[in-house]
Design a protein around this ligand. Structure first.
Ligand code: CA2
Length: 145
């Protein structure tokens, strides 16, 4: 089983700034935790991060016929990128959306996710655990559980 993990804009700055909201862990450390869990769950994970909408869309397109599911934190694109939403819908793969922060506790503009309706589920508010819970959920979906 192969899973593509996608992280959107500014997540490369995790652990460097805004530590009060997102904690002190950096993206490399999050990816290492995901990789550790993936090994336990016997799936292969590959990682992609970009600050550019088009690159994220290209990555989603490349998932077709290459992976079994997508775990994505679209970051701020969550709230307005119809292009990423369309790309996720087009590949017809199970997608789980994750957010480190509880977007529903924050500014009003973060309460809307335009991408969540084309995902199988969304997990928000558990910090790094959002990724780990999301991965477990995605693997279960792929296994038909
Ligand atoms: O809670 C999440 O995971 C978010 O997807 C993070 C996004 C935000 O736009 C979403 O509303 C919720 C932002 C990630 C930016 O991360 C930074 C990290 C350090 C310094 C600046 C930004």
């Amino acid at each position: 089983m192969k899973i593509q993990v996608i992280n959107g804009p500014n997540l490369n700055l995790l652990g460097v700034r805004e530590k009060d909201i997102y904690g002190t862990v950096n993206l490399g450390e999050i990816e290492a935790e995901i990789a550790r869990l993936a090994e336990q769950l016997k799936c292969q994970v590959r990682f992609f991060q970009s600050n550019h909408e088009g690159e994220i869309i290209d990555c989603i397109h490349a998932c077709r016929s290459q992976v079994d599911g997508i775990l994505i934190n679209p970051a701020a694109f969550t709230h307005y990128s119809y292009a990423i939403r369309d790309a996720l819908a087009a590949v017809e793969l199970p997608v789980v959306e994750v957010h480190m922060s509880n977007i529903y506790q924050r500014e009003l503009f973060r309460h809307q996710s335009v991408t969540a309706p084309v995902c199988r589920g969304q997990i928000a508010g558990f910090g790094v655990d959002s990724y780990l819970l999301g991965l477990r959920g995605l693997v279960n979906i792929i296994n038909g559980l």
